[in-house]
Every structure is written in structure tokens, then in C-alpha cells.
Design a protein around this ligand. Structure first.
Ligand SMILES: C[S@@+](CC[C@H](N)C(=O)[O-])C[C@H]1O[C@@H](n2cnc3c(N)ncnc32)[C@H](O)[C@@H]1O
Length: 393
């Protein structure tokens, strides 16, 4: 999901997609009739408006025929290594379950559960909390096809359980949470907002509400410097609240959060003026969130320092913060590859290419990190121990 294709013109959507996008645009224009929306409100509406938003309506999204690929879609080997780490936590707990957030196509859920079962570590329940009704249906179909005899073990839930024992998983969920965008002008924080100019959407600014000004001040005091004049970036207060709610809901166990992201120093470095927003349409990554509402994905890389701070404040410990490549290498990639060595040659070649995509530095292997959190009396899983870069948070 990190293909920098910013100079390429975007593909033209088919008629059906364009009609869908126009319905979403009409909804947004109506929502702006009284004025403008904050960038976070706009992003939230583009992604999650029931029946219209990118994640709340029926477009393909994942894989070769969609807009982007994620690690579990690239190869089952990602989920199989993850399952080993999940198993290592589950075996330390009494009656643990697994809870996955934002399960997308259901690929990771099916593979993690299947691998856990093969290891004799299948949890009683595999819970999924998915905000998109369309994706929830897709996940249910996939589980029914892949694991027909285990369908009853899967539960789709609407709220974070009050007291959960086990392992929580989320791959590329944090980067799908709505972000605020801000800019510094004359030393003052301004909020970016979206309004209309005829039928088009355009950015505008307004003095930031106090909650945003205070959030930017906290970043500056943490960095020990003021952000430079004209600096523009994002902040995801929703990520703070979401992480805190996960940790609050976890009684004992571990949380694995995978996403494109960096620590705060890198996130707000002067050379990152312009921020970390990325839009995805038919495998073209670009930086214009104002086009194709409802049919393109809008994401922002994650400030993992903010996520770690939320987790620790809510009572978790940081088990480790590692690149995806190091997670896979320390987590049992070799052993999983050995299990697949009798596969036909074409499958082996496919696998070799997938492993490259998952682990190459300068791409997913390095850009995607795993923040592992533990709560209670749980040993740190192996995958979090190689080249731990928690000090960069
Ligand atoms: C980029 S997709 C990743 C899907 C999948 N995890 C994968 O790796 O292929 C983001 C997913 O998060 C879901 N999502 C977004 N916000 C969420 C939230 N607050 N709680 C649970 N799921 C959420 C979306 O509907 C979607 O399934």
C-alpha cells in the first residue's frame, strides 16, 4: 500500500464507480451546506458514511483487482508467522480468545485461526470487530468457505468487550482512522477544513479549535521545539482514544498493531512538511483526498509515539516496536517457509516474491512496524525482540 506513484495520472473510474462517487459527493455537499467540514469529518464521511463511504459500500478494495494490497493479502505466510506469536501468548492464559479489528476481506482471520488450529492452539472464540457492514458480510462468506466446520467459533461484535482475555490484532486499522490536518501560520495553529467551490471540493483553513491547538502544543513540547512556519501535517486523536479503549478492554494478554508509521521525531521532522496522507485508487498512490470521494481510500501514516503513549497511559507495557521484516524473521518465517518447501515450483516462486515484498527494506518490510503491547503476566513474544526500536518512540 505504499506505491509512490504521485506523478502518474489517476485511472478513469468506470461509469458505475463514478455514479457512486457522485452520490457520495452529493452527500458531502449537503453536509457542507452550512459551511465546511474539518478534514477529519470529511475523511470520516468519505470512508464510513453508511452505503456511500469507501469502507461502507461494496467496492473491491483489496488485492490485485482492488486499490491496494495489505500483508495478509500478499501471502498467507504473514498470518502464519503471526499465528505462531499469537499461540505463544494464548498458551500462557486461562481460556483466552482472539479479537481482530478491521478484518478486511477476512484473509488474516481465516489463516490465523487455521494455523492456530493446526498447532492445537485454536481459541474458543475468534472475535471480529468490523465497522463496515459490507466487509463484515465478506468476512462471514470467507470464513464459511474456508473453515466450514469452525464457523461457530467466529463472532462478530459491535463493541470492544469490557474485559477481554487473550490477543488483540489489527493490521492497517490505525491508518484508516480519520486524521485532523493542521498548518502553522504566523506561529498560530490553523485547522484545515474542506468546503465546496461549485461542484469541486477545496481546502480552506480556520483558527484551530482549542483541542487541536493543545494537541499540537503537546507535540511541540514532546519534540522540544516549535514546528516551523508554514509546516503542515496530521494528527490522529482518534488513534489515541482507540488504543486506550483496546488497552482498557484487555484484562490480560497482548496486542499486535501493524501499520505504516514512524515515531514522533520522524513524523514531525522538518523534511516531512506536508504530512503523511496517502490516497489509493486502483493501485495508484497519490496525495489528493479531494477527488473520487467514496471510491478511493484515504489513509495517513501513524505516529506510533502517540499510540504508545495512549497504551502506556491506559496501563499496558510496550513489549516491543519492530519493523515488519524483523517481526517476521524473529517470529518464525524460516520455520514457516520450511513447512512449504514441498509446494510445486510455481507456488515456491510466488512465495519467494511475496516474502520479498513483505520484508524488503525501503518498502513494506521497513515502513510497516509492529507495536506489541502486553498487559498482565505475559512474556514478550519472540517476534518483538529482534532489533527493537522502542527508543525511537
Ligand atoms: C486498510 S483496511 C485493512 C483490512 C485488513 N486488516 C487487512 O490487513 O487487509 C482497514 C480496515 O479497518 C476497518 N476499520 C476502520 N476503522 C475501524 C474501527 N474503528 N474499528 C474496527 N475496524 C475499523 C475497515 O473497515 C477495514 O476493514
Amino acid at each position: 500500500m505504499d506505491i509512490d506513484d504521485l506523478m502518474q495520472p489517476l485511472p478513469i473510474p468506470d461509469e458505475q464507480s463514478l455514479a457512486h462517487s457522485e452520490r457520495c459527493a452529493v452527500f458531502l455537499r449537503e453536509a457542507m451546506a452550512e459551511g465546511s467540514l474539518s478534514f477529519a469529518q470529511f475523511m470520516n464521511a468519505c470512508l464510513y458514511t453508511p452505503g456511500l463511504g469507501y469502507y461502507a459500500a461494496g467496492s473491491r478494495k483489496f488485492g490485485a483487482g482492488g486499490d491496494f494490497v495489505t500483508a495478509p493479502e500478499i501471502s498467507p505466510v504473514f498470518s502464519r508467522v503471526l499465528a505462531r506469536q499469537v499461540a505463544a501468548v494464548l498458551e500462557q492464559l486461562e481460556k483466552p480468545d482472539v479479537l481482530e479489528f478491521g478484518a478486511g476481506s477476512g484473509a488474516m482471520a481465516a489463516e490465523v485461526f487455521g494455523r492456530l488450529k493446526a498447532m492445537g492452539e485454536a481459541p474458543e472464540h475468534y472475535l471480529i470487530l468490523e465497522v463496515s457492514p459490507d466487509l463484515r458480510e465478506r468476512q462471514q462468506r470467507r470464513i464459511a468457505e474456508r473453515l466450514p466446520s469452525d464457523v461457530d467459533r467466529f463472532r462478530w461484535i459491535d463493541e470492544i468487550p469490557g474485559s477481554f482475555n487473550g490477543v488483540i490484532l489489527a493490521n492497517e486499522v490505525l491508518d484508516a482512522l480519520p486524521v485532523e490536518r493542521f498548518e502553522i501560520r504566523d506561529g498560530v495553529v490553523f485547522q484545515q477544513r474542506v468546503t465546496t467551490d461549485g461542484d469541486r471540493f477545496v481546502l480552506t483553513t480556520a483558527p484551530a479549535p482549542s483541542v487541536l491547538t493543545e494537541a499540537v502544543s503537546r507535540i511541540e513540547s514532546d519534540l522540544g521545539t516549535t514546528l516551523p512556519e508554514g509546516f503542515t501535517s496530521e494528527i490522529c486523536t482518534a488513534a489515541f482514544d482507540w488504543t486506550a479503549s483496546l488497552v482498557n478492554g484487555l484484562r490480560e494478554g497482548a496486542i499486535f498493531l501493524f501499520d505504516y508509521g514512524v515515531g514522533r521525531d520522524a513524523y514531525y521532522a522538518p523534511d516531512r512538511d506536508g504530512g503523511w496522507l496517502r490516497c489509493h485508487f486502483r493501485h495508484h498512490a497519490h496525495s489528493n483526498p479531494l477527488v473520487y470521494p467514496g471510491i478511493q481510500d484515504i489513509t495517513a501514516w501513524v505516529d506510533f509515539s502517540l499510540v504508545a503513549e495512549a497504551a502506556v497511559t491506559a496501563g499496558a507495557e510496550i513489549g516491543g516496536y519492530v519493523t515488519q521484516a524483523h517481526f517476521l524473521m524473529a517470529g518464525g518465517l524460516d520455520a514457516e517457509l520450511e513447512l512449504m518447501q514441498d509446494a510445486p515450483l510455481d507456488k515456491q516462486l510466488e512465495l519467494a516474491s511475496a516474502v520479498k515484498t513483505l520484508t524488503l527494506p525501503g518498502e513494506m518490510g521497513e515502513h510497516v512496524k509492529c507495536l506489541g503491547l502486553v498487559k498482565g503476566n505475559v512474556r514478550t513474544p519472540d517476534a518483538l525482540t529482534m532489533m527493537d526500536i522502542t527508543h525511537t518512540l
